[in-house]
Design a protein around this ligand. Structure first.
Ligand code: ADP
Length: 496
């Protein structure tokens, strides 16, 4: 169904949001055009049709946004925590009130099925509720100096104007995961969503203004040339923090740029999650968990199971059951009822997934289901299960970011732990076993920031999210998430 037909089909309601959503830059509390009125198009990955054109910021627009954030910082730092709490809670409520419309907007620009988009709005809102609470718990210390004659006062202050860069795969949740702690901590920010999915962030900007977030506290810059717009802001020395979620490749570029002004960074980068199934696992649960870990967001998640290691005694049965379930999933336009697997984000993503599958098949893998790229329109790829994937295959070391499950057998615990750790990434991993000793032993040995023990999803606003090795620096969510936006200050006091 085309977008125009769809609009005609529904007289009121959610799809109007596409027409209503602001498309300018949010700078100093005002929606403004980019310099010269430049715009770029946002398309629906299920159809390739244009949804809206949004402002395409130039470097000077980015600097205007940063100036607004810098100007607002001092007064925002003075806003009482209870008021910041109130802003976040109002935004939480508005996200819930507008859930259906926002879900529809997200599905149209990003492709995931409507129920998944609605789930993401709830997940995204939860970061606001969580950090609203954290705003009230920012504490400090007061102690006698061990040498005598003095006191130590330790305070936590907002780190200052922050630059936030988000990816396209979770267009709302990746924004609230950064804006929640920034607002809670008293930091102003400039946020730049991915050019593929700016509309959700723009809708969020409107909500934050309605929730009473003061002008200049959250500024939104949309741009095609992300590097061109962000680099001057990073190098200006005006921003004090960069929080980035995206690829390891871009993360490394940004870390180098941040070195020029010794800017604090949080980096949520790529993953290559191993999914281990031991012979004593509950097979039904392991298959269901694998389906979640693989197919959540069409496999377009940095926590997505990328390498599935199954004990040789059960791999055949496991593969059969997984292929049956994945093969039955309904692929299509995410805005249609009953669709479980939407399109990939763009043609590059489709090309990449297809190239990885072709490479694995050329090296001797066998497709139990899927494996064939469909013809257009839309950037679809069928759920695919591969067995006999060689350790030399590209997908053994590269992030697939698509609905492809490569299965590899193992025999010994030591062997599979070594295989799991044989990667430069270390974000998430998953372990299925009913042996408590083994579960804890393996969870501790695995080099990843998060481990799902008998569970296929590790993302949770109330738990620390982040990676080891080249998967990143710092943690988001949990009680540590706000620390990333706070600076510790020690004040030494003479009393004697
Ligand atoms: P992906 O490959 O999943 O699109 P990227 O790392 O390229 O991941 O993109 C994640 C975010 O980083 C997006 O908002 C994108 O616009 C932004 N980005 C890409 N390149 C740069 C860059 N050189 N500097 C700053 N941000 C960038």
């Amino acid at each position: 169904m085309s977008l125009t037909e769809d609009k005609a089909a529904s007289s009121t309601g959610a799809d109007d949001i596409v027409e209503r959503v602001p498309t300018g830059l949010l700078i100093g509390g005002e929606w403004t055009e980019a310099s010269g009125g430049a715009t770029f198009e946002v398309t629906n990955p299920a159809t390739g049709e244009v949804l809206r054109s949004v402002a395409d910021a130039a470097p000077e627009d980015g600097m205007r946004a940063l100036d607004a954030a810098v100007a607002a910082q001092e007064s925002f730092a003075q806003v009482p925590a209870l008021e910041r709490h109130g802003m976040l809670m109002r935004a939480f409520e508005l996200l819930h009130e507008r859930k259906d419309a926002l879900a529809r907007l997200m599905t149209l620009e990003m492709g995931k099925p409507l129920t998944d988009s609605a789930g993401e709005i709830v997940y995204a809102a939860e970061f606001f509720r969580h950090f609203a609470g954290e705003a009230l718990r920012i504490d400090g210390g007061y102690q006698a100096s061990p040498q005598g004659g003095g006191r130590f006062l330790v305070a936590r202050q907002p780190v200052g104007p922050s630059l936030l860069i988000t990816p396209w795969n979770f267009p709302m949740a990746m924004g609230t995961r950064k804006l929640g702690p920034a607002i809670a901590a008293g930091c102003t920010s400039v946020i730049k969503p991915a050019h593929q999915t700016p509309l959700s962030m723009l809708a969020l900007g409107e909500i934050l203004l309605e929730a009473g977030v003061p002008a200049g506290v959250v500024n939104i810059v949309t741009a095609m040339d992300a590097g061109g717009v962000m680099e001057p802001m990073i190098r200006s020395g005006q921003a004090r923090k960069l929080s980035f979620t995206g690829s390891t490749k871009v993360g490394k570029i940004l870390l180098e740029q941040c070195a020029s002004t010794v800017m604090r960074t949080s980096m949520e980068l790529g993953g290559n999650a191993p999914f281990l199934v031991f012979e004593d696992a509950d097979l039904d649960e392991a298959v269901a968990g694998c389906l979640q870990a693989k197919m959540r967001n069409m496999g377009e998640a940095c926590t997505s199971a990328n390498r599935i290691y199954v004990h040789e005694s059960i791999i055949e049965e496991f593969g059969r059951r997984l292929a049956e379930k994945m093969g039955q999933m309904r692929v299509g336009d995410g805005s249609e009822d009953g669709v479980q697997v939407g399109p990939l984000i763009d043609t590059d993503a489709q090309d990449k997934v297809d190239a990885l599958v072709r490479d694995a098949l050329d090296r001797g893998a066998n497709a139990l289901t899927g494996g064939e790229r469909p013809d257009g329109p839309g950037y679809f790829y069928p759920p695919t299960v591969l067995t006999g994937v060689s350790m030399e295959a590209r997908m053994a070391s590269e992030e697939i970011f698509g609905p492809v499950a490569p299965l590899t057998p193992f025999t010994e615990e030591d062997e599979v732990v070594a295989m799991a750790n044989n990667t430069r990434y270390g974000l998430a991993s998953f372990v299925y076993t009913n042996d408590l000793r083994r579960a804890l032993r393996v969870a501790e040995r695995i080099e990843s920031g998060m481990v799902g023990l008998n569970q296929g999803v590790v993302s949770n606003p109330y738990a620390p999210f982040g990676g080891m090795k080249e998967s990143g620096l710092g943690r988001e969510g949990g009680s540590v998430g706000i620390e990333e936006f706070l600076e510790v200050k020690y004040i030494g006091i003479t009393t004697g």
